[in-house]
Design a protein around this ligand. Structure first.
Ligand SMILES: [Zn+2]
Length: 360
């Protein structure tokens, strides 16, 4: 089989197109040759859709077959609008009202979108490989069902690239911290040779979970212990659990990046807005919304503090800086992605699973 030339429309050369038609005998077969085969117009959409050709199975299919929303009876524009509104903090009811659709339809779309975001993120992180230098972990709380239960969201971000690595929902116990770290280790099969700096707050759950899960990882661990009196911050102390003080550079001796990130997230996820009625009624839906926000934050929106100096490369009257998304800084993508790119990205269902098992 000849190797097809790299198609610049693809997210990454590691993700070649495959045949997504279940009734084709070459379904998901990566040893296949898929080529572009013209475009076709669609009702209610300005852009034409790409048609593709499966050489092994000798049939044509549409690029929308890669989309989890295939056959969900909405227009492409509506899917993109749902994704955007979900990442601007609108609730499912509000989105249903704007799009004049049933609430259950929006829930279905969010589920499909969230699922694709998860698949996309896991596949990219594990196939291309994350290089984590220093991570910060923290947890924020919300309510679940009639405010009777507290629900905690545990988050990891990489402090240099501001990349949102992963998250976990659950109670504020070592179980949830354990799940978060196990998940993190599975995302970095090649990352073990680097020295990792870990910063968290003083929650004891992390200490146990980190010691358990980071057996193969070389790391240093710093806790930031904050004391508050009457809601005012009195002292901030640093406590080194593993490693030496010289391991930590000045800018990594804090949890400020993740605390700033928490603020962004509270703004963008209606379930996390405090003192409002927007708390979570359904944990599964919460998870989907978080995955949608993860894609928006990591791959779509350029980060204000990440920029690439262009002055050396261009002449007068050109842009001085290029703003980067956290994923670009991390080296996972070369451009800012759009919702379209996510929906149409050819990513097989279990991409991240077979990648880690074959590499290790
Ligand atoms: Zn086929």
């Amino acid at each position: 089989m000849t190797i097809p030339p790299y198609d610049p429309k693809l997210i990454h050369p590691l993700f070649p197109r495959f045949c997504p038609c279940q009734d084709c005998s070459y379904y998901l077969d990566l040893d296949n040759y898929i080529t572009l085969d013209g475009t076709y117009p669609v009702k209610n959409a300005l852009q034409r859709r790409q048609r593709l050709y499966c050489h092994a199975g000798e049939h044509r299919f549409s690029e929308t077959a890669y989309s989890p929303l295939f056959g969900h009876h909405g227009s492409f524009k509506e899917y993109v609008q749902t994704a955007k509104m979900s990442s601007y903090g609108l609730s499912t009811n509000q989105i249903a009202d704007v799009l004049e659709r049933d609430r259950r339809t929006i829930l279905e779309w969010q589920k499909a979108l969230g699922y694709k975001c998860k698949r996309f993120h896991l596949a990219l992180c594990s196939l291309i490989g994350l290089t984590l230098m220093s991570i910060q972990m923290d947890e924020i709380w919300s309510y679940l069902k009639k405010k009777k239960r507290q629900l905690w969201l545990f988050i990891t971000i990489e402090s240099k690239t501001k990349f949102w690595v992963n998250f976990e929902l659950g109670s504020r116990t070592s179980h949830t911290a354990h799940r978060l770290l196990k998940n993190l280790v599975s995302l970095m099969p090649w990352g073990f040779e680097h020295f990792l700096l870990v910063t968290t707050d003083k929650l004891a759950a992390y200490e146990k979970a980190i010691a358990n899960c980071f057996e193969k990882v070389r790391y240093a661990y710093l806790q930031i212990v904050k004391k508050r009196r009457k809601r005012r911050l009195v002292t901030v102390k640093q406590r080194i659990i593993k490693g030496q003080e010289t391991d930590f550079l000045n800018k990594t001796k804090n949890t400020s990046y993740i605390e700033r990130f928490n603020l962004t997230l509270r703004q963008k996820v209606s379930y996390l807005q405090r003192k409002t009625l927007g708390y979570c009624k359904n944990q599964k839906n919460f998870q989907q919304i978080l995955w949608i926000n993860l894609f928006d934050y990591n791959y779509r929106q350029p980060h204000k503090s990440l920029r690439h100096d262009l002055t050396g490369e261009t002449q007068k009257f050109k842009r001085r800086y290029q703003h980067l998304t956290p994923a670009m800084k991390m080296g996972l993508t070369s451009t800012q992605l759009e919702w379209q790119d996510l929906i149409l990205a050819p990513i097989p269902e279990n991409a991240h699973e077979f990648s880690t098992s074959t590499v290790l």
